[in-house]
Design a protein around this ligand. Structure first.
Ligand code: SF4
Ligand code: SF4
Length: 669
């Protein structure tokens, strides 16, 4: 009677096969270790990080398991997520299968026997089929269906072909063994058993020869694949989990301060070695899944910027081939990146810093920080930036506001409101940070006034800084002028500290983000809230009452710096839901998936090339046909107002209003 089990290295000369197998394994491990060590050496060439990447060990471990091991972010997208899971899970499962074989062979412990062997066979066969299915689906999606956002280079094709070949030859080896020996457990190798029937008429000696050849082929392909991991795209399997573990816990898009700013010879990144070690690790973590490109508003409107391509270009620049190409130069990794490799100056300036690439990335790659670092290099290292920015920088430097109206006109908007100025009229509970738009822009002044009237109606003891409030510096920072940002931040912090300010409310998400998330790195710690949060509090505590029904349909646009950057998605919607008569109609792209208005990253001042992001976003609202499009950001308001006029093409367009204006309408008697 046939036993259920199997002989390891069946049909092979045991001693010779073992010697060759372990010699090859030694070579594999050496190549693998060499590749990993050379990447670690490369990361170490990056500049120091401005952030502790080894704090919060519990959260880091949890995220490593949740996002890395259990693929939480990968699975958020279909069909790419399940396809990746099929390949990833079967790779791990088959690795354990091989480990069991090694344990039996090397330790002489009989484990592949009886019922366990049957379960082992079923497990291996199932995951072998899942691997083949995953590889075929991935190849079809990338190279036959040519899904948007997916790159189609040799580096994408070869790993998939190798994995497919490992699975195929694995089945073939098993099928040839079954055809030659007809073991009792053959039915449990259901796929290999089916293939074995193809060899029914092949003479045994030929089967044995063929089996030996395919067995060695399988081994060489599997070892070749494993050895190649540190040298290509599959490195994401190692660098990705490391990148997730070392992720930033700053709010999305918040920029790090530059360590030793005053002592540094170079600011920003003009060459690959000028990125931080973590930014270099990011490059290897990229799986080229295309999600960042799919999310990018600049790419969606025809700009050449693709965050995915940018990461890929930087990785090519950091690869081992570059040292060879640049042999003889002082620093093999020191060549210019911008216009030196695939990255164009226009790409660096096309980004709106919306952060959608960052939040879409399953590997926690931080694109925005790199783009701003390249801008810093252009602005502060080379004085090479669009002429429109020169005007804005000069006005910020001289007048402390981007329009150049100056401090004397900062309180014009408040004429007749009888508002307290902090420091002159005594203490207040909260400072109302108006922002440059509220102070100077004709249209947005109405929002500033509306919020002041709401705060007065609620009896809040608030004050404004008047002519002593300066631009928060967000425009300067996002356009790479870190020097100017630091100047403005220091001026503002000096005033806030002088007046003992602890609590601030602002309607501008850019001011909110700078004051709340970026000033602390420079020593300014304030309790900052957005006006949507304060208005909601006031409504809930009956500090104000929205009494007039507004019988309208309304759609809310999520500002990137409020929602995606700071997670404030619900308060604005809750405010709207408390106004009688309003019916909320959500845009197709909302909340985390909201589409940028096109103003961030300095685009209020920069000319946009090609089709416009604000028109693309606005057309979604024009098609939705609400009566009102609500915003909670001055920049979104400008962009949507303009965009809806263009997208509306002379037809009826929704009214664009800020939350504060809507609430005040409903409060007024
Ligand atoms: S931040 Fe926004 S605009 Fe910039 S690259 Fe990322 S997705 Fe594109
Ligand atoms: S950077 Fe992230 S989202 Fe973009 S292609 Fe790479 S892994 Fe995908």
């Amino acid at each position: 009677m046939k036993t259920v089990g199997r002989e390891i290295l069946w049909n092979l000369p045991h001693h010779q096969a073992t010697v060759v197998l372990y010699s090859l394994l030694g070579v594999l491990l050496l190549l693998f270790a060499w590749g990993v060590c050379s990447r670690i050496r490369f990361y170490r060439r990056g500049r120091p990080e401005g952030e502790n990447r080894l704090d919060r060990l519990w959260e880091r471990t949890r995220d490593l398991l949740r996002i890395g091991f259990f693929q939480k972010r990968v699975l958020e997208k279909k069909p790419g997520g399940p396809i990746h899971l099929a390949i990833y899970a079967s790779f791990i499962a088959l690795f354990f299968v091989t480990c069991f074989v090694a344990v039996e062979h090397d330790l002489g412990v009989k484990v592949l026997d009886g019922d366990f062997y049957i379960a082992f066979k079923l497990f291996a066969e199932t995951f072998g089929i899942v691997l083949v299915g995953g590889v075929v689906a991935a190849l079809a999606r990338r190279f036959i269906l040519r899904s948007a956002g997916l790159s189609r280079e040799a580096g994408d094709l070869v790993p998939l072909l190798l994995l497919g070949a490992v699975a195929f030859t694995g089945f073939l080896v098993e099928a040839l063994r079954i055809a030659a020996t007809h073991p009792a457990a053959a039915p449990y190798s259901f796929a290999a058993n089916a293939v074995a029937r193809l060899f029914d008429r092949v003479p045994i000696p030929d089967l044995l020869r063929l089996h030996r050849g395919v067995w060695w082929g399988h081994l060489l392909i599997a070892f070749g694949f494993l050895a190649s991991i540190p040298y290509g795209k599959m490195l994401h399997g190692i660098a990705g989990p490391a990148n997730i573990f070392l992720r930033s816990y700053r709010p999305t898009g918040t920029l790090q301060p530059i360590p030793d700013f005053d002592a540094r010879e170079t600011i920003g990144a003009g060459a690959i070695g000028e990125f931080s070690w973590k930014q270099l690790l990011d490059l290897d973590a990229c799986a080229q899944c295309g999600r960042c490109e799919e999310a990018c508003p600049a790419h969606a409107t025809g700009k050449t910027l693709s965050p995915q391509k940018m990461i890929r270009d930087l990785r090519v620049e950091s690869g081992p081939g570059v040292a060879y190409r640049r042999e003889g130069r002082e620093d093999a990794h020191g060549g210019p990146m911008i216009e030196g490799i695939g990255i164009r100056t226009a790409d660096v300036w096309a980004c709106t810093t919306c952060g959608h690439c960052v939040t879409s990335c399953p590997m926690m790659v931080e694109h925005v920080e790199k783009i701003v670092d390249m801008r810093r290099h252009l602005v502060l290292g080379k004085s090479d930036f669009p002429p429109e920015l020169e005007q804005m920088f000069r006005k910020l430097e001289v007048f402390s506001d981007p329009w150049g109206f100056g401090p004397a006109r900062r309180t014009e908007w408040a004429a007749g409101l009888d508002l307290k100025e902090v420091g002159r009229k005594g203490s207040v509970d909260i400072v109302y940070w108006v922002g440059c738009a509220g102070a100077y822009d004709e249209r947005y002044r109405n929002v500033a006034v509306s919020l002041a009237r709401i705060l007065k109606e609620a009896g809040i003891r608030f004050g404004i800084l008047g002519s002593r409030e300066f631009c928060c510096g967000d425009f300067a920072r996002r356009t790479g002028n870190e020097y100017l940002f630091r100047l403005l931040a220091r001026k503002n912090m000096a005033v806030l500290e002088e007046y003992g300010v602890t609590k601030i409310v602002t309607p501008c998400p850019h001011c909110y983000n700078a004051l709340r998330n970026e000033y602390p790195a420079f020593g300014g710690k304030f309790d900052v809230i957005h006006h949507s949060e304060l208005i909601l509090d006031l409504m809930e505590s009956s500090g104000i009452r929205a009494r007039n029904p507004l019988e309208k349909t309304i759609s809310y646009h999520d500002p990137c710096y409020l929602g995606r950057y700071n997670g404030i998605f619900d308060p604005p919607r809750q405010v709207l839901s408390k106004i009688p008569g309003l019916r909320l109609a959500e845009a197709g792209r909302n909340r985390e998936n909201g589409f940028c208005c096109g103003a961030g990253g300095g685009y209020l001042w920069l000319p946009e090339q090609g089709s416009r992001i604000n028109e693309k976003r606005s057309s979604e609202f024009v098609d939705l046909k609400p009566d009102i499009v609500a915003t909670a950001c001055p920049h979104c308001m400008y962009m949507l107002e303009d965009g809806m006029v263009a997208a509306g093409d002379g037809g009826r367009i929704p009214e664009s209003l800020d939350l504060a204006e809507i609430v005040l309408r409903s409060m007024e008697r």
